[in-house]
Design a binder for this molecule. Structure first.
Ligand code: BGC
Length: 828
């Protein structure tokens, strides 16, 4: 689709515009024009609106890889770990600028599903296991984004807590858990930040697709909470035409429509559908209006996307990375690294910047600063040495070189050509004359082999593919192609082969055709060639030798966006490959070993008892290495606190995934949330578990004291305001930030409730010796549970306790108060 004009025009009256649209035109607006754009109606000057993923950057309208360069922000869990509401507002505002640069008026973000199972593939993308923390942070992000005229699309509404069979599974969620946990962050954001769009999730809830659920979309979201924006489906998550529309789903994405092709017929014969069409079109027009697109249509073409960097955004990303880094252990004050020290930087994540997760959240980052580069810049290159030690790739790495793509006609003649960068090619748009559902492509690239030897090659694809090198068949992913776990489960698994190659140039050619999946063509086509030199057997020993020669060793282990991605759940909780062995080997060689962990969620740490320092850095965005070096060297205080409990073992996860069953990942189309309210710390409290690290935990380089805690009243009536105040003092010698956490415990309840629940927090930055008074308000909803029988939020009269401290397992201050009579508020 071409760009629209950038002339400033008047915002029309939406009802007048609606009256001018024919029914055909109205219906054409209710599905995308393509992957990222809505349909323009030029006759009436209705511009196209462009949407972009989301959530840690604005990728723009290209494919998931190789698009326009953009700023990569810390992933959701890293922002969640910051516990910093103001930071999230700043991030939202900076993302608005990035979206505008890409011509997008809508960002597909934030992701606010909760951490239920530790094995969720998209764990990295969400903020927290706790609905209150999630809701607070997400509201700030949405406010920041929308204050600059870009719509947020809060997703995925609701019950999409794992990737397993996500397009068909029913999340069977007990009503209280739905209300108190999974709907709660959406409710908070809708009420507090008034987002302009919501994305329905792929899954069903209690047997009904969310995108077809009148109760969830219309009664609760719009009716009870007052949401007045647009609801779009997740990509390919519209499963019916009139039914989804009448339930409240406005926009089918992407386009052109697959599910709503008979909507016109339905609307012609059914007045209720016609009315629903009108209402949904009005919401789309309203979104165009709210994003300022009538007044100032954006050029929505990919060619118009800007890829320049904003220096202040770079600085913000670096700061945000340090704000989310969680210092898990620091025995004997091993960290920060002193100036002048020599450091051996070791591991598979040392020279690779692990800056983002995988799936639709990935983008073409301006840069991917590695810990090695960050530490070299901070300490001086001459003080830093490097060894790989072992690898942690899930797939053989793709090559960064030009790939010639020729599209072939029936006689093998070339009908179109283009050059792509990188040996992973995704198709979301095509050259003129090429049919995206039915094409044949030949990809050619030159492998420059440095020396004679054995090399590993691999291929995986969403579509049929086969590889030859110098004309000889190497990998056949065509004849027996099978769906596997790549490309949102539309791709195959990876096939590998080894070949002896002589030094010099070799011609690799991949043939590719799209593949039909479940009767229709897969939503996109992609192929990836991996290539790697085998690692020498001495790699671990080489790393140990290097570690022994330096004052300190920093072992950089963890995962990457290949492991933590969309469409497939996490592999388990053990660090992949030989990484645990690498940590132990390096630790044996140098007692001053620091583990720098970068993952998108919890992992097990069998070596924890032997190492003195562990820093969890997550995937902190494009400045990763600089942000983490800031913390490792003490330029920044480790600002993060865990937004997710780290269990001591997989079986401590409330969904007990060691024996796959109905509770996780699900069976026969159902995943049963039988643990109800008891996820994360709520589960650990009830089961009396000692986690590896508790929710809310994280160390600072300084020390804090909490004192003089007071309640504004010891007894309250319903609808009274209660405030808790206390003094936080920095008692150490360095500046740092404390995260004060407030949990509420209901001592006398009619129903079973979690032992305690987070209902307030504050992040307080303090200079050495500085003290500040912090006030945390508690409203009635902070005391209430959802009473299913009464369909109401109820706070029982009786005794409560406000528990204050630094993590869910460290709450030394307890203040008792009493609600004198019951409070309640109706739900639907
Ligand atoms: C994801 C969404 C994303 C959309 C568009 C889907 O696969 O679930 O989060 O916004 O794709 O890329």
């Amino acid at each position: 689709m071409t760009g629209t004009s950038t002339a400033v025009s008047q915002t029309p009256d939406l009802d007048t515009l609606l009256d001018q649209l024919t029914l055909e035109e109205q219906i054409s607006l209710l599905a995308g024009a393509d992957f990222w754009r809505t349909v323009p109606i030029e006759r009436l000057n209705i511009p196209a609106l462009k949407v972009s993923d989301g959530p840690a950057g604005a990728r723009g309208g290209g494919a998931l890889v190789g698009g326009t360069p953009t700023a990569a922000f810390p992933v959701g869990i890293a922002l969640g770990a910051s516990w910093n509401v103001e930071l999230l507002r700043e991030v939202g505002a900076a993302l608005a600028l990035e979206a505008q640069d890409k011509g997008a008026g809508v960002l597909l973000a934030p992701t606010i599903n909760l951490f239920r199972s530790t094995l969720n593939g998209r764990n990295f993308e969400s903020y927290a296991e706790d609905p209150y923390l999630t809701g607070q942070l997400a509201s700030a992000y949405v406010r920041g984004l929308q204050s600059a005229g870009v719509a947020a699309t809060v997703k995925h509404f609701v019950g999409n807590e794992s990737e397993y069979q996500r397009n068909s599974i029913s999340s069977d969620i007990p009503e209280r858990a739905l209300r108190e946990l999974y709907l709660r962050p959406f409710e908070m954001v809708v009420k507090d930040a008034r987002p302009w769009a919501v994305m329905s999730s792929y899954n069903k809830v209690n047997g009904t697709y969310v995108s077809e659920s009148p109760r969830l979309l219309t009664d609760i979201l719009r009716g009870e909470w007052g949401f007045d924006g647009l609801i779009m489906s997740d990509w390919g998550g519209t499963y019916s035409s009139g039914q989804s529309l009448r339930a409240g789903l406005d926009l089918e994405m992407p386009g052109p429509s697959r599910a709503r092709t008979d909507l016109l017929e339905e609307a012609r014969t059914d007045p209720a559908t016609r009315q629903a069409v009108r209402e949904s079109v009005k919401r789309l027009l309203h979104l165009i209006e709210r994003t300022g697109t009538f007044a100032q249509p954006r050029d929505v073409s990919n060619a118009a996307e800007k890829g320049e960097e904003h220096p202040e955004t770079r600085a913000l990303i670096r700061r945000a990375g340090a704000e989310g880094a969680v210092l898990l252990k620091n025995e004997g004050g091993l960290l920060p690294l002193p100036a002048g020290a020599t450091v051996a930087v070791i591991g598979p994540n040392a020279a690779q910047g692990r800056v983002m997760g995988g799936g639709s959240a990935q983008m073409q980052a301006h840069r991917q600063v590695s810990p090695l580069d960050g530490l070299r810049a901070a300490l001086g290159a001459d003080r830093v040495t490097y060894a790989l030690g072992c690898r942690n790739d899930r797939f053989l790495p793709a090559l960064d070189l030009p790939v010639q793509v020729d599209y072939l006609g029936p006689e093998n003649q070339v009908i179109a050509s283009e050059t792509r960068r990188g040996s992973e090619v995704m198709w979301m748009s095509f050259p003129e004359g090429v049919d995206g559902d039915d094409f044949r492509a030949r990809l050619s690239l030159t492998l420059n082999i440095p020396e004679d030897g054995e090399y590993e090659l691999s291929l995986y694809s969403a579509g049929l593919s086969r590889l030859t090198v110098d004309g000889a068949a190497v990998i056949d992913n065509w004849t027996n192609w099978q769906a596997g776990s790549t490309y949102f489960a539309f791709g195959s698994d990876e096939l590998r082969a080894s070949r002896h190659l002589k030094a010099g140039a070799h011609q690799a050619v991949i043939e590719f055709v799209p593949k039909s999946v479940r009767g229709s063509v897969a939503p996109f086509s992609a192929v990836r060639l991996g290539f790697q030199t085998p690692l020498p057997e001495s790699a671990l020993a080489d790393a140990a030798r290097l570690a022994a020669q330096a004052d300190y060793a920093v072992v950089c282990v963890g995962t990457s966006g290949e492991w933590e991605t969309e469409g497939v759940d996490r592999w388990g909780l053990d660090l992949p490959g030989q990484q645990d062995e690498l940590v132990s080997t390096v630790r044996a060689a140098n007692p001053r070993t620091v583990v720098l962990l970068q993952t998108g969620g919890p992992v097990l740490m069998p070596w924890l008892g032997t190492v003195s320092a562990v820093l969890q850095g997550w995937f902190p965005g494009q400045e990763a290495g600089h942000a983490l070096a800031d913390v490792l060297t003490g330029q920044a205080d480790p600002g993060g606190r865990l937004p997710q409990i780290f269990p001591a073992r997989l079986s401590d996860d409330p969904t007990h995934p060691e024996t796959p069953d109905l509770q996780y990942p699900g069976e026969s189309g159902h995943v049963a949330y039988t643990e109800g309210l008891f996820i994360g710390y709520r589960h650990a409290d009830r089961a009396g578990l000692t986690p590896l690290f508790p929710f809310g935990f994280g160390l600072s380089y300084t020390t804090f004291e909490l004192s003089d805690a007071r309640l504004s009243a010891a007894e309250i009536e319903p609808d009274d305001h209660l405030e808790i105040s206390l003094t936080v003092r920095n008692t150490g010698k360095r500046a740092g930030s404390a995260v004060v956490q407030l949990y509420v415990r209901d001592l006398e309840s009619e129903l079973e409730r979690p032992d305690k629940e987070l209902k307030g927090f504050a992040k307080v930055g303090l200079a050495p010796g500085e003290a500040r008074r912090v006030t945390l308000p508690l409203d009635m909803r902070s005391l209430a549970y959802f009473d299913e029988a009464r369909r109401a939020w109820v706070a029982d009269a009786g005794d409560f306790e406000a528990c204050l401290g630094r993590s869910s397992a460290d709450l030394p201050i307890k203040l008792a108060f009493r609600l004198k009579s019951e409070w309640s508020a109706a739900g639907v």
